[in-house]
Ligand binder design. Structure first.
Ligand code: KG4
Ligand code: ZN
Length: 338
């Protein structure tokens, strides 16, 4: 069966709607990014995010239906992100989805944002990747999962402190680069030497899995202060080796992500890894994960870039799996920040 699912996403700073048939075929996808609204604050301001979702939700939905040339009568179910995320942001998408379900009589499906990120990596695959290990790496999350199916995920490890994307955003701020930091740090890194500065790589205790990026972020700060923790942080224009800092920082993040992910795959005895979330856009991460994976007989799959960052295609996709499994929600569906 190839039911048509309308997906709605509003968990952070993207308002998105998509129409996807049978969990794979994208008929329409619209994403309104609030990046410009949050850029001057260097990060997402929750109150501004909720207000912007309120302004954008219906225009984005209309644009999505128009893109597909379809009306709501063509839709079989409405899937909406209900966790995790900013509570005020989640509530806007959830309110719209419930209103539509009530008005049309269509079934409602609640989708987990993290599971949906992982699903995005499977949407273009010819064969099923399960069992596998999934790395979700974004501005809010850095965690490893074992997945035995799209709806069967178990968390193996997470970060002790910052998410990898958050570290990119903070280093971008120190270097005077625009928010979001991932793309801008990555662009500058292309002009620098990856081995210029020996930034620390986090290693969990023997036999354990896990991530930490706060020590790396502090090491970047100390480097910029000339090794003197108490010295003032230099203005971005006074940093002579910014490209080397960007390249060496990116290399350290990539090395930690790759090492832990492939280790998790070996511990779980699987030969497939899925990498998803905004940081999965990173070219160096793709390159190193695929090369090091291949050297160990492990295949690494990434979503296409537009499906790495927040979008509603992944929500409609995973929503179809829930729908097919008969996992429907009612109007009591709640938003959960965690
Ligand atoms: O998945 P996403 O859109 O939102 C969250 O759920 O967090 O991820 C956004 C994060 C930001 O921290 C951004 O800096 C990072 O993904 N990002 C990247 C790249 N593109 C986006 N990080 C590294 N390299 C990139 N090319
Ligand atoms: Zn996300």
């Amino acid at each position: 069966m190839a039911e048509l699912i309308l997906g709605i996403e509003s968990s952070c700073d993207e308002t998105a709607a998509a129409l996807v048939r049978g969990g794979r075929e994208e008929l329409a996808s619209v994403v309104h990014s609030q990046v410009a609204e949050h850029a001057k604050w260097g990060g997402v301001v929750p109150e501004l995010a909720s207000r912007s979702h309120l302004d954008q939700a219906l225009p984005v939905l209309d644009a999505c239906l128009e893109q597909a040339g379809l009306g709501l009568e063509a839709v079989d179910a409405i899937a909406v992100t209900h966790r995790p995320g900013l509570i005020g942001s989640l509530l806007v998408g959830l309110g719209v989805a419930k209103g539509l379900a009530l008005g049309t009589g269509l079934p409602l499906v609640g989708v987990d944002h993290i599971e949906a990120h992982v699903y995005a990596a499977t949407m273009d695959l010819e064969t099923t990747p399960y069992p596998c290990v999934a790395l979700v790496v974004s501005g809010g999350h850095t965690a490893l999962y074992r997945a035995d199916g799209p709806l069967r995920m178990r968390r193996l490890a997470t970060t002790l402190d910052d998410a990898a994307g958050e570290a990119f955003d903070k280093v971008a701020y120190l270097l005077g680069l625009p928010y979001p930091g991932g793309p801008s740090v990555s662009k500058l890194a292309a002009e620098g030497r990856r081995d210029a500065i020996a930034f620390p790589r986090y290693r969990p205790k023997r036999g354990e899995l896990g991530f930490s990026f706060s020590g790396l972020k502090t090491a970047v700060l100390y480097h910029l202060r000339g090794g003197d923790a108490l010295a003032p942080t230099p203005a971005p224009e006074a940093i002579a080796d910014a490209a080397d800092v960007a390249a060496s920082f990116e290399e350290a993040v990539v090395e930690v992500l790759v090492r832990q992910t492939l280790r998790a795959a070996e511990l779980e005895g699987v030969d497939q890894v899925l990498v998803a979330g905004g940081v999965a856009c990173n070219g160096r991460l793709r390159e190193v994960m695929q090369a090091e994976g291949a050297a160990r007989g492990i295949r690494a799959t990434f979503p296409r870039p537009a499906r790495c960052t927040d979008n509603a295609v992944m929500i409609a996709g995973l929503g179809w799996e829930h729908f097919r499994a008969g996992e429907l929600a009612d109007l009591g569906l709640d938003a959960a920040p965690r």
